[in-house]
Design a protein around this ligand. Structure first.
Ligand code: EPZ
Length: 444
């Protein structure tokens, strides 16, 4: 898999100038934050399994490269459909540049340590949304009997006499990737592991349900306490993981519908994963209709004003931090002052400043709090995406602004939203991708 892609592409957007005229249906893809953990799961298997509804996005392609670097085999049957084989896995070294730049690579550490009794990895990367510590990973491995040293900038983690031991671990913070990493590590550890204060995200439940289908003994999925009975390598014979729909992508499109559509249907999604956003949009006065696999937003009175709201990001099922940036664009169009309390990450409000150049009235109060006064008419501008979710927010701002905008660093948007410009064009957005030149991928 080439790691050279056109990474400084730009989006050229002709804004709607506040008119709510988009319409039609937009299909949601498989969840990035589900499938990139499923791509770590083959380490727990002696054979492998198939995966489908896989979004063709950069983070997936990078995780596939990581799995191949470890000796895993990945066969692409067709776009979105792969066969993973793990019988030739032969390495526990996560030393390549890739793992440094892709935060999700950290979930490989648990399975590798559990399978091989050792894992070596650098401090994993991640978006510029905070310091992204890994203290809970290191603490959890030690509780399972591992010893940790550092050599040439890598963490070297070795399981006591070559085998991880089941343990009771309390996560001081509900952490998505910690929950996933230790749920997977415990599948091969000796004895029982009890994980407390687990994150409850649907992607974790989806991973756990698939592992159970393949023989793992996991109890408590969807609750804060998981109980895992360690055993042998799993078998994925005849099994296919169908990627759960991406609730963050679905939510991003619902926000777009609220601020720019006359009638938009977001389909192939899981409305039950979107309760927090739907509740917020409805409380602000948005007309939201919920189906079994679709959600519809309509603006029958285009001049209806939305009311400002206070939002607080929270672990699932609360309002997701990954929708904080996209929703802020909606808040710039709501009447009055909205308050944002970003409780999960300390660096996830910085993107707001650049919105003021387009005419928004945002103010960062501190690392976790900000206010937005609206409604404000936005005008097109050149703007640089700092990360995946803020990049999407800038795209939404460009779509509702009047005049032309150029959104730079499309590589970040491509990490989480497959061919987004094609789906936007299909509902009426005037957006073109301007090809950049070849460059080394720098995933944040
Ligand atoms: C996952 O990141 C997601 N990434 C993030 O999505 C998402 O924003 C986040 O969960 C919260 O929902 C993936 O699943 C690949 P955390 P993760 O561990 O697991 C602190 C996106 O845009 N913490 O739940 O890294 C941490 O600093 C990305 O798709 C420690 O203190 O997040 C944060 O404040 C961005 N020590 C809090 O926990 C640790 O060892 C929650 O982070 C680990 C985390």
């Amino acid at each position: 898999m080439a790691n050279e892609i056109r990474t400084n592409d730009q989006f050229i957007v002709e804004g709607l100038g506040g008119k709510k005229i988009l319409s039609g249906r937009v299909r949601v893809g498989g969840a990035k934050n589900a499938i990139i953990k499923i791509l770590a799961a083959p380490v727990l298997f002696h054979d492998g399994f198939a995966i489908s509804n896989v979004p063709e996005i950069e983070d997936v392609h990078q995780m596939i490269r990581l799995l191949e670097e470890l000796g895993g085999q990945v066969e692409k049957l067709e776009p979105g459909h792969y066969k993973l084989k793990s019988d030739e896995l032969n390495s526990f070294m996560l030393a390549s540049d890739l793992s440094k730049r892709l935060r999700a690579s950290v979930v490989l550490t648990g399975p590798l340590l559990a399978r091989f009794g050792e894992v070596r990895f650098p401090h994993p990367g991640g978006c510029v949304i905070g310091k992204r510590p890994i203290d809970m990973f290191l603490d959890g491995f030690q509780r399972m009997g591992a010893k940790i040293t550092e050599e040439e900038g890598l963490y070297v983690v070795k399981a006591g006499d070559g085998k991880l031991k089941g343990a009771e671990i309390f996560f001081k913070i509900q952490s998505v990737t910690n929950t996933e990493t230790f749920m997977m590590a415990a599948v091969l550890a000796e004895g029982k592991t009890i994980l407390k204060n687990c994150a409850l995200e649907p992607e974790i439940v989806s991973l756990g349900e698939f592992l159970i289908k393949c023989g793992a003994k996991i109890k408590g999925l969807g609750t804060p306490t998981l109980e895992i009975e360690g055993g042998e390598l799993l078998s994925g014979e005849g099994q296919e993981y169908v990627t759960v729909p991406d609730r963050i992508e679905a939510g991003s499109f619902l926000v777009l519908g609220a601020i720019a559509a006359s009638d938009l249907i977001v389909e192939n999604c899981r409305p039950d994963h979107l309760d927090a956003l739907i509740d917020i949009l409805r409380s602000a006065g948005v007309d939201v209709e919920v189906g079994d696999t679709w959600v519809r937003v309509k603006n029958t009175e285009p001049n209806k004003k939305f009311t400002s709201i206070d939002i607080k990001t929270h672990e699932y099922p609360g309002f997701p931090t990954d929708l904080q940036a996209p929703l802020s664009i909606f808040l710039t169009q709501a009447e009055g002052q909205s308050f944002i309390f970003e409780t999960i990450f300390e660096g996830r409000l910085n993107y707001l400043e650049a919105l003021n150049r387009l005419g928004a009235k945002t103010k960062i109060l501190d690392a976790h709090r900000a206010i937005i006064d609206g409604p404000t008419a936005l005008t097109g501008h050149e703007i640089e995406s700092p990360d995946l979710r803020a990049g999407l927010a800038y795209l939404l701002a460009a779509i509702i602004a009047s005049g032309q905008s150029v959104v730079h660093n499309v590589k970040y948007i491509d990490r989480g939203y497959e061919q987004i410009e094609k789906r936007l064009q299909a509902i009426g957005v005037k957006i073109e991708r301007r090809a950049g030149n070849k460059d080394n991928l720098c995933l944040s």
